[in-house]
Ligand binder design. Sequence first.
Ligand SMILES: *Cc1c(COP(=O)(O)O)cnc(C)c1O
Length: 428
Amino acid sequence: MTELFKQYKKFSISEQVYRFGEEILDALAPRFAQIDKNAEYNQLKVIGAMQEAGVSEACLLGTTGYGYNDLGRDTLETVYAEVFETEDALVRPQITCGTHALALALMSNLRPGDELLSPVGKPYDTLEEVIGIRPSRGSLAEYGVTYRQVDLLPDGSFDYEGIRAAVGERTKMVTIQRSKGYQTRPTLSVERIGELIAFVKQIKPDVIVMVDNCYGEFVETREPSQVGADMVVGSLIKNPGGGLAPIGGYIAGKRECVENAACRLTSPGLAKEVGASLGVLPAFYQGLFLAPTVTASALKGAIFAANVYEKLGFAVVPDGQESRHDIIQAVTFGSPEGVIAFCEGIQAAAPVDSFVKPEPWDMPGYDSKVIMAAGAFVSGSSIELSADGPIAPPYAVYFQGGLTFPHAKLGILKSLQNLVDRGIVTVP
Ligand SMILES: *Cc1c(COP(=O)(O)O)cnc(C)c1O
């Protein structure tokens, strides 16, 4: 018995499960090396942006009250603009989450009578209420903004004819979700997003393209804003916060789009000038600094999970070999028991709240019960090792995060051990 296995044994991992994991990991070495190269590229991008913007010790101090002349906040927004290669950015703790950032980008850039188009099918669950697909107080629909959707074709490709027909005089904005979210469609690569943007801009050059960039940041060496997106939007408790940001969201894009968002977040006339950063700036800066390697750890965890569960005969999206464009891994267990056993295993590997048993609950913004496993330092953070499973067919679990790969590995082995112990699966 190796010293390392003795450590796993303390977590009740059997020798069989451990060996199974090791064999899979051995075969993944070349892919992991490629992920490390990506992280290296993105690490230099982030350090370069911080140097270019002249980040100083004074930037780490916060402001209170109105937050006028907040050097750290304004410099951080310059850093984000540099990283995403955009004209401007809004990066604020007052943006409460990813949904809020997306709602802000939409509501501030659309006016009554405009139409929003999603050419990639149904958007993320929480956006249904923002848009008004499910009637909701304060939705875009209530303000007279209409919505159209063109689904992906059955093979996952863009329905170019459908999109051409859907772009009309009132189409003001196009929203493209990079990640699959709670769906089993493939995630879009930056390259494919670029092709789609070129197509819609060719039909209507002045349309504003927003990309929901959640879970995609730093997975590739390019971001959608480098292939024509007018705005990229995301959450700081996912990839770009590097696990350290305790709250926040960002919008990076064209100056005009960002200014509109700032006027809506604070107030017309005040825009970016107010919004105290309080004490969060060190975490925002250091989190962004760590984000490339943290994202790489999460990516390795996702690939490991895909290969483990694929080998055991479960449907996994993406599959074990496929190239990656976000950090989410979907595993379809086909039964509530599988989803629950998996999530309990992830929870049991956590540094915080490992003794807690997750239960399915009615989460705000979602239309079925969801079970969530998260023993996170930042509540609800999904760049930390976490798993969510809507308790509804096809009974798939969406697994993501891991600030370090060893933690992701432990979580995956714990989940597998749980499934083995409950007789749901046997390991060869
Ligand atoms: C997480 C996520 C959101 C919403 O972010 P929250 O921070 O949970 O509000 C939106 N779109 C996608 C694709 C996401 O993954």
